[in-house]
Write a protein that binds this ligand. Structure first.
Ligand SMILES: [Zn+2]
Ligand SMILES: [Zn+2]
Ligand SMILES: [Zn+2]
Ligand SMILES: [Zn+2]
Length: 241
């Protein structure tokens, strides 16, 4: 699979536009200070730091400026937390509406997020949140764990209960004479194929980690590229003898 990466001109335009802190009533000085710091961090490209500052604002449980939702959404986009970014940009548009200070930028950001969602949807290496998937370590990518069959204890067959393993059923007739009849259940073999494992000796249980999907999430943001195969056309990857 080949996915093109382009830097959107629209996004560069968005980046140039956040320089002011809206003065909103009911916002405490503490929050205003944090907001200014977060914007400074964004403007100097320190999005990981801005992310921490915004989260401090959220944790304060104080009244937050409406624009904060937009700034936080942009920061989350830059640190590739696209799902969270979408939540905050949607929240901003809901709160601020068309009259919002960053309405156009928010709509632009939504478009960028749509592109990201398409990339994620088209990629087989990540989950819906864009996190890289890898083979489940617990089941080694099989989706199931095998264990010895509890019913036959790994024999694959069980003693026939109808004939007690003899292969014949002995009854006494009215003259008190024993009659031998072939066991119709095991057909004289004296054993039957285990009804739990069907003779496989092991049983498979769904893997409790990946729930049978064979893959588990990592905390690595996916680049939507295959990693496991070396590009042997590239001379740097060739082993010289
Ligand atoms: Zn039998
Ligand atoms: Zn069995
Ligand atoms: Zn698993
Ligand atoms: Zn991906």
């Amino acid at each position: 699979m080949f996915i093109k990466f382009t830097i959107s001109g629209l996004f560069l335009w968005i980046l140039a536009c956040h320089t002011t802190v809206a003065q909103e009533s009911g916002v405490s000085q503490e929050i205003k200070t944090l907001m200014s710091r977060a914007i400074e961090e964004m403007n100097s490209g320190q999005y990981a730091e801005a992310n921490v500052t915004f989260r401090k604002m959220l944790a304060s449980k104080k009244v937050l400026p409406t624009n904060m939702s937009y700034f936080f959404a942009e920061t989350l986009y830059m640190i590739k937390q696209f799902h969270n970014s979408e939540n905050f940009v949607n929240k901003y548009l809901k709160l601020a509406g068309k009259g919002g200070d960053y309405y156009d930028q928010a709509v632009g950001l939504q478009k960028l997020l749509e592109d990201k969602k398409t990339e994620i949807r088209d990629c087989n290496y990540c989950n819906v949140f864009g996190y890289r998937l890898h083979n489940c370590q617990l089941c080694d990518g099989k989706g199931a764990l095998t264990s010895t069959c509890y019913y036959c204890k790994g024999n694959g067959r069980t003693n026939c209960l109808t004939c007690q393993g003899d292969g014949v059923i002995i009854t006494k007739n009215i003259f008190d004479v024993e009659e031998y009849k072939t066991c119709h259940v095991c057909e004289t073999k004296g054993f039957n194929i285990c009804k739990v494992c069907h003779g496989h000796k092991v049983i498979e249980n769904q893997c409790p980690d990946c729930l049978g999907s064979k893959l588990t999430q990592t905390d690595e943001i996916c680049d939507h590229q295959a990693h496991d195969r070396l590009d042997l056309e590239n001379p740097e990857n060739r082993i010289e003898n």
